[in-house]
Design a protein around this ligand. Sequence first.
Ligand code: PLP
Length: 248
Amino acid sequence: MALTPHVLVVAGSDSSGGAGIVRDVEAVAAHGLRASLAVTAVTVQTHEAVTQVELSDAGLVEAQMRAALEANRVAAIKIGMLGTAAIVEGVAEVLADHRKIPVVLDPVIAASSGQVLLTDDAVAALLARLMPRCRLITPNLPELAILVGGKMARDEAGIFDQAKRLLEAGAAAMLVKGGHGQGQQAVDVLFQTGAPPLRFEGPRLTGGMRGTGCMLSSAIAAGLANRMTLEESVKTAKGFVAGRWEMG
Ligand code: PLP
């Protein structure tokens, strides 16, 4: 019997179960895959507030990743909350030794409640060391603005401009999530170097459901692990998250 492939989740926990590792593992399991894990941070959260963040030592994150990669057939890697520049560097070191595995990076910078989950110097390290290694990065509009050092884009022209700058800075592909925009439909746009932008329209998931970004990026990683194309993975992942939202 062939061993079930794993998605290696590199992320932080959320005690409320609203976001973070719990959501990642749910998404991976729903795609018929198994998850391996490198915990970057333990957070104490309700759905309204983050009250404590304990970051892992960078060496511990690196060791967890290396053990997971040794133990299992890891077919994709999903990266979520990283916390510090040291952890970003540690993750980049491991990825440099595993160049063939597709990586999906959700650039988690802050929680919905406003709590910062990534330091400023870590943003710079993420841009320089991690972004060029990723198959896809999945910023929302506030994250995209922080990554390019600008204000949040208010319209599609603004989004295209910021996305173009991030592609020029070394991102291979980026799914810009429109959840923080306006209108009844939430449009996500997939930007890739050398290809026209692709729009993915879906109903706006209102009502404050948390963890949609975590689930989406993990579901895309699962799609890639299941050998779907990037476009197919994004489309299927969006359907998966909308289904979870309907379940409440
Ligand atoms: N906490 C952790 C550990 C996360 O990984 C994330 C997002 O990825 C969040 C909180 C933020 O989630 P939300 O914006 O749904 O509060």
